[in-house]
Design a protein around this ligand. Structure first.
Ligand SMILES: O=C(O)CCC(=O)N[C@@H](CCC(=O)O)C(=O)O
Ligand SMILES: [Zn+2]
Length: 334
């Protein structure tokens, strides 16, 4: 296999490749751009005009998505997967990956859309670099732009695999993209309704890409992801890469949710009234006191059919400590 196919090994070892550009036997060019960043270009005659950004390791301990991208890259480097798309592979937070931790000082996925400029340290610099890599990759006109940022969650989930779809004023969510996610094994999609500071919010809002955060199961260390079944997503990604994806417009079985409220932790006095092992998508009854914070702030459930995802009282003050969601329909899709 080409040495650049071993991007994960290089990244975990903190090494730069001796040769930064290599070509596979069938003319696919691989170019190492920076730590954890590699661009794949198909031969011109085979290029179908699609640009695909695949990122993982934005949280260093979320290893199943890292292993998935590693397998795809190996397949390309060995000539077994024959790309017709341009692809940018990104491992988001290399140092956190080496340490097996979500992040070192700052959560990289809270540093986009201008936030890195208000912070200092390696993770703020990395977020700026990731923005620049994505901006440059998606700078070519008249090409389709798709970004999947792959994650696993801290806790178990009543709905194992789901996507979060960013929001931008004046832009409608795409039914076609949801059908694609359905075919890729996602069981639910959360439609956001305000701007955000995550990586996919940046590529969606500023680079005009279709962009999704994909949650694939529970976070485990490298080599222990047998319980995370990514086979449908992996197949779909290979089909997208090779331009052999079957057309689908079916949303059958796909559950749609909208954000009702984000629970923001304002102070060290924040209290979340949920068991430590509560699963994502757990239902909460009307009237339930979910959280309390400084100045008698109370989060009481008012919504019919409310569920909680990503509850985390340990986040830094000012950040999201959970999302309250409610079921929605496909009425607003383009
Ligand atoms: O399990 C958790 O609490 C977090 C899992 C995770 O990393 N999720 C992403 C979602 C990003 C988004 O809102 O699009 C995150 O929190 O960064
Ligand atoms: Zn994550």
């Amino acid at each position: 296999m080409l040495a650049l196919g071993k991007l994960l090994e290089l990244t975990l070892a903190g090494r730069e490749p001796a040769q930064k550009i290599q070509s596979t036997v069938d003319g696919v060019q691989m170019r190492w751009l920076s730590e954890g960043a590699l661009e794949v270009r198909p031969p011109e005659a085979r290029d179908n005009g699609s640009d695909l950004l695949l990122s993982s390791g934005i949280h260093g301990n979320e290893t199943a998505p890292i292993e998935l991208l590693d397998r795809l890259l190996h397949g390309i480097a060995r000539g077994e997967i024959k790309p017709r798309t341009r692809i940018l592979f990104l491992f988001g937070n290399p140092e956190a990956m080496r340490r097996g931790e979500r992040y070192l000082e700052l959560d990289v996925n809270r540093l986009f859309n201008g936030r890195h400029e208000k912070n200092i340290g390696p993770e703020a610099m990395r977020a700026a670099e990731l923005e620049q890599l994505a901006r440059s990759f998606f700078s070519q006109p008249d090409r389709s732009r798709l970004h999947y940022d792959l994650h696993t969650a801290i806790r178990g989930s009543k709905i194992e695999q789901f996507a979060l779809y960013p929001w931008k004023d004046g832009r409608q969510h795409s039914r076609r993209e949801l059908a694609r996610l359905n075919a890729a094994g996602m069981e639910a999609v959360l439609l956001q309704n305000k701007t955000s500071i995550t990586f996919t919010a940046f590529t969606y809002e500023q680079l005009d890409a279709e962009a999704f955060t994909l949650e694939l199961g529970k976070a485990r260390p490298f080599g222990q992801n047998q319980g995370v079944n990514v086979s449908r997503l992996e197949l779909r990604l290979k089909q997208i890469i090779e331009g052999t994806e079957p057309e689908t417009d079916s949303l059958d079985g796909l559950k749609l949710f909208a954000v009702s409220r984000e629970v923001i932790k304002h102070s060290d006095a924040f209290l979340l009234h949920l068991p430590a092992d509560v699963e994502n998508f757990s239902e909460l009854e009307k009237g339930y006191l979910l959280a309390e914070d400084v100045a008698k702030t109370r989060w009481v459930i008012e919504e019919e059919g409310a569920r909680i995802i990503f509850p985390n009282p340990k986040v830094k003050n000012g950040l999201r400590a959970g999302i309250l969601i409610v079921p929605t329909t496909d009425a607003g899709l383009a």
